[in-house]
Design a protein around this ligand. Structure first.
Ligand SMILES: *[C@@H]1O[C@H](CO)[C@@H](O)[C@H](O)[C@H]1NC(C)=O
Ligand SMILES: *[C@@H]1O[C@H](CO)[C@@H](O)[C@H](O)[C@H]1NC(C)=O
Ligand SMILES: *[C@@H]1O[C@H](CO)[C@@H](O)[C@H](O)[C@H]1NC(C)=O
Length: 377
């Protein structure tokens, strides 16, 4: 055997070992990412005060910019910084980034859920990206009384390893001003399905982003561009800066199944789906309107529209859960029809946090024209 052949074999062996090691790591499973709650932190030698000084100081993560490692109960000025999960979190100051390399299944869809709390700047934003897909999540509105909200983001894996990056693009006078981040989880999303007898995909909202089982505040689905992947498969959220809230039956009243959507932003956010239709044909949209049983006790109105038809559905919420069915018939005007839902008003719980009607179990079917309408035509 020549030296050249031997070294080539050795190289091949090393490559194979490398492949095996990567396979042993395995693709991510649903739930918290490795060290996704930052409980494993830097050594004291890799910190200056609370600031993390070395890019690889945090197990499983790579950082850059002004990143702080925060302990539960830590104070900033006179404000205690609470931590939702465990005792540790990170804070992304000016131009700070944290990232983790994920092993995923190529071409599969995933959602990321993470908890964030705004600290001092008013218009805090986070740029979450995976590969070429990125989304700037506005986090200035606070939807919980604790100050911590869970945000979701979704992507299609273009490669089998991808970097998940969370970046604070802000530049504040105080470089430490920036959002706290904790509890980062992933979930494999099934492609949106049409149930038999329903033209809409994921009409019952059973498929959606990861919700932390021990948190009572669901997961926020932020607005996105039309061609972005939505954490709520089949649906889209349109808004400048507001969100809809994905809620679970474990902590909320949900009209049917295990999941529903709370419309928490009044008319500032719309939840919609585009569906292929035949111009001139009639369709029937039906849906449940209820309340999440979270003390949001106000008269509510959900507005639904499709083509040129609108329905305003009133619902008297006592804040204790309950729902009713409503429907809307419309004649399609185009090959694609947008089915849109909004809360007609803003609502607030006694603790001052935003809330609203819950939407669930949405279905669309083709219907025969009404006899009355036929007479009119
Ligand atoms: C720690 O940070 C302070 C304030 O930014 C700086 O003055 C000091 O030199 C830093 N210490 C080390 C060891 O880098
Ligand atoms: C967000 O981050 C991605 C990836 O780093 C980048 O390509 C994109 O331009 C950023 N978006 C904004 C608005 O800064
Ligand atoms: C619907 O699609 C057909 C063919 O795909 C096209 O010829 C027609 O112009 C479209 N109609 C409308 C109203 O967009």
């Amino acid at each position: 055997m020549t030296g050249g052949t031997r070294s080539r074999r050795l190289l091949l062996l090393l490559l194979l070992v490398g492949v095996a090691a990567r396979a042993a790591l395995g693709v991510v499973t649903d739930g918290l990412l490795p060290n996704g709650n930052f409980e494993q932190g830097p050594d004291a030698s890799q910190m200056n005060g609370t600031r993390v000084t070395s890019p690889n100081a945090m197990p499983n993560w790579e950082i850059s910019g002004f990143v702080e490692y925060i302990g539960s109960g830590q104070k900033q000025d006179d404000m205690i910084l609470p931590v939702p999960e465990g005792a540790r979190a990170v804070r992304l100051g000016n131009d700070a980034t944290i990232r983790q390399l994920l092993s995923v299944t190529r071409k599969a869809y995933y959602s990321i859920t993470f908890s964030a709390a705004r600290t001092c700047a008013q218009a805090e934003k986070l740029n979450v990206s995976v590969g070429l897909e990125s989304s700037v999540l506005p986090i200035q509105t606070v939807y919980t009384s604790s100050g911590w909200d869970s945000y979701s983001f979704a992507f299609k894996a273009r490669h089998s390893t991808v970097w998940l990056t969370i970046h604070n693009p802000g530049i504040e006078e105080d470089p430490a001003c920036g959002p706290l981040i904790d509890s980062i989880a992933i979930k494999n999303l099934s492609p949106p399905r049409r149930e038999k007898g329903n033209m809409l995909r994921n009409g019952d909202f059973e498929e959606g982003p990861f919700i932390f089982p021990d948190t009572a505040w669901g997961a926020l689905v932020p607005p996105m561009d039309e061609d972005d992947v939505c954490p709520l498969p089949g649906w889209m959220v349109m808004s400048d800066t507001k969100v809809v809230k994905y809620v679970d039956a474990a902590h909320h009243a949900v009209p049917r199944g295990a999941r529903g959507v709370e419309l928490v932003a009044g008319r500032e956010a719309a939840l919609l789906q585009e569906v292929p239709t035949t111009p001139g044909r009639w369709y029937g949209l039906s849906f449940s309107v209820g309340d999440a049983g979270n003390g949001c006790a106000e008269p509510m109105v959900v507005e639904a529209y499709a083509a040129r038809a609108t329905a305003r559905v009133s619902y008297e919420s006592r804040g204790t859960g309950g729902s009713k069915r409503a429907s809307l018939e419309f004649a399609a005007a185009a090959n694609l029809t947008r089915v849109v839902f909004q809360s007609y008003n803003h609502h607030m719980k006694p603790d001052g946090t935003l809330c609203g009607p819950v939407l669930d179990d949405v279905s669309l079917v083709s219907v025969r024209r009404h006899a009355a309408r036929r007479l009119l035509l």
